[in-house]
Design a protein around this ligand. Structure first.
Ligand SMILES: [Zn+2]
Length: 451
């Protein structure tokens, strides 16, 4: 007898690019049986009319801030991930760790989490740790040596690689990057938030490719939409494509929105940004407190930037057609870049995966469903080296999502970024139901997956 059996669903087969009418048997957290007339389960789910997919893997998000004083020990973004059908996500991106990685890993190991986590150690986090407070200054030899030592200790603690946030620390030089990455104590994956966007994006993309070429480590370019979808996507994609043809191991991720979100105090908003995007102050939407929903003018923008640099804001500066072009590209995965501050932020944190499937694939037919699914399951699983996840096959982990193709859609909006999507019927982690049609039923099934 199986622990869990899912019957009558359309089961995603990513090797044959088909949907198959088979049943799934799960025992001790693993898929053990696939086919017709399989034996019964302690629990059975009827998935008639639904699609059964491997759980979604979010290769780029920003983890929980667990030790926020008001909301200590409450999950925020992790619950949103689960509600979207994500079973494994990758935090520590863009050079930034929202909690010390060791503290985060210990917390999840002790308490569990709504979703599985893999973590990068962030370069800017390390800069902070060795006392660099000036983002416009490069690290000196001693600081680089210290960061390298710390990097190795975090890798040992389970980090899967190093993330960079080059735009956030303009002072970072290639000498600093190569010094930091010298002799890591294990195979690592790199991810990088580019140095600049818009017309600066070509050189920024070349820089990230060069880092991979020179170090020999694979590179995941972060949220390419907010780098290039301001009139520069086509050429940006070509630069990446050429590098791949040259043998460089580079890929990228993208989220399905035409606006980005970050802290208003970030260097992203330094002098010249509006020229680079060819947009004005009113392209910036404030998201917190009394200013929630307010569009900027010059005065408001400059004052909030000075007085509340930690406020998350949304910048409507990208073109949807270019975002779609990026999504369709074979070397691009879907990553939410989701980040929430006390429930405030960008809807991508609660809508990305259902939006790609419901809006861009099923309704608008911009990309084939099977291709869209691959970009959120098998593709990122291979990129992350987690061969036990990302597809439905005997022996693989029992991480699944069951969704209704007629109803799946994102509901989160810039006005209300918290709204849960529709059509995600079940999310199963480790062979157990984490979420059903009524909402989250078990928010402690996730754990840390070490690199
Ligand atoms: Zn970023």
């Amino acid at each position: 007898m199986h622990d869990l059996v899912i019957r009558n669903g359309k089961v995603v087969n990513l090797r044959k690019n088909t949907l198959e009418d088979i049943d799934i048997g799960i025992k001790k957290g693993k898929i053990v049986d696939l086919g017709k007339n399989i034996s019964s389960g302690v629990k059975e789910i009827d998935a008639k009319g639904k699609i059964v997919s491997p759980g979604f893997i979010d290769i780029h998000m920003h983890e929980e801030k667990l030790y926020n004083t008001e909301y200590k020990n409450e999950y925020d973004i992790s619950n949103k991930m689960l509600e979207m059908g994500v079973t494994t996500c990758v935090g520590g991106n863009c050079g930034n760790n929202r909690e010390d990685l060791k503290v985060f890993v210990d917390h999840i190991s002790e308490n569990g989490s709504p979703v599985n986590y893999m973590m990068f150690i962030g370069h800017n986090f390390l800069r902070n740790k060795v006392g660099i407070t000036d983002r416009y200054r490069e690290a000196n030899e001693e600081e680089i040596r210290q960061m390298n030592y710390l990097m190795n200790s975090y890798l040992e603690y389970g980090a899967i690689g190093v993330s960079f946030g080059l735009e956030y620390s303009p002072g970072v030089s290639s000498r600093e990057i190569y010094g930091l990455l010298n002799n890591p104590n294990k195979d690592i994956l790199l991810s990088a938030h580019y140095r600049t966007d818009g017309y600066g994006s070509y050189d920024a993309i070349r820089e990230m490719i060069d880092i991979s070429r020179h170090t020999g480590f694979p590179m995941e370019i972060s949220h390419l939409g907010s780098c290039s979808a301001m009139g520069h996507m086509e050429k940006g994609l070509r630069i990446i494509e050429d590098a791949i043809r040259d043998g460089v191991d580079v890929s990228a991720d993208i989220y399905p929105y035409d606006a980005f979100s970050t802290y208003i105090g970030s260097a992203v908003f330094d002098e010249g940004c509006f020229d680079r995007w060819d947009k004005s102050y009113d392209s910036i939407l404030l998201t917190e407190g009394l200013y929630r929903g307010v569009r900027c003018n010059r005065d408001v923008f400059e004052r909030i930037r000075r007085e509340k640099p930690e406020m998350l804001v949304v910048a409507f500066v990208m073109n949807e057609e270019e975002v779609i072009e990026g999504m369709k590209s074979p070397f691009i995965y879907i990553g939410s870049d989701g980040v929430f501050n006390r429930g405030q932020g960008h809807p991508r944190g609660a809508g990305t995966f259902p939006r790609v499937l419901g809006k861009y694939s099923i309704r608008e037919k911009k990309l084939l469903l099977i291709d869209a699914l691959k970009k959120m399951t098998l593709g990122p699983a291979k990129r992350l080296g987690i061969s036990q996840k990302g597809e439905i096959a005997v022996g693989k982990d029992g991480d699944l999502v069951i969704f209704d193709p007629e109803n799946i859609i994102d509901n989160a909006s810039f006005e209300d970024p918290n709204l849960s999507p529709s059509g995600i019927e079940y999310v199963i982690i480790d062979g157990k139901v984490a979420k059903d049609g009524n909402g989250i039923v078990n928010d402690r099934l996730g754990r840390i997956i070490r690199g």
